[in-house]
Design a protein around this ligand. Sequence first.
Ligand code: FE2
Ligand code: FE2
Ligand code: FE2
Length: 165
Amino acid sequence: MSKSTEDLQAGFAGESQANRRYLAFAKRAEEEGHPQAAKLFRAAAHAETVHALNHLKALGEIKSTSENLEAAVRAENYEAVTMYPGFVRDAEADGNRQALRSFQYALAVEKVHESLYRKAIETLGKETSNEDYYVCPICGYTHYGSAPAQCPVCATPGAKFERIS
Ligand code: FE2
Ligand code: FE2
Ligand code: FE2
């Protein structure tokens, strides 16, 4: 791999992280009554997304939807089968309860994502309905169709789920 390809990957990771970090900081700024600082965080967050997407495009990692769904299955499978189980063990060994819960939520939900992506590969181009997805704001559990009564991963009421249409 060339040095500039490595740099694009590192740049994509860093810019993606900066985006989410600044959005989290913006939320905190709003809560603390600093709307101007919140706005700056949101503006910079948006710019970091522009940078991240430029890097990803330069990497050639945005392909056809069919290929992208396959890539998504591989990524979710790696997280669910290898990465998060290892992280869960590390958090248990360290006695870090907050990390453990965070990893357990992600582990449970990445499995669901893998299965949703696999289904999407089967039905791509032959969809007969256009259902929405619902996402749990606490654990990220992702549900197809309509919100469940209660999140099966973290028990948050379905009424709190965010609809993705
Ligand atoms: Fe940037
Ligand atoms: Fe995922
Ligand atoms: Fe949940």
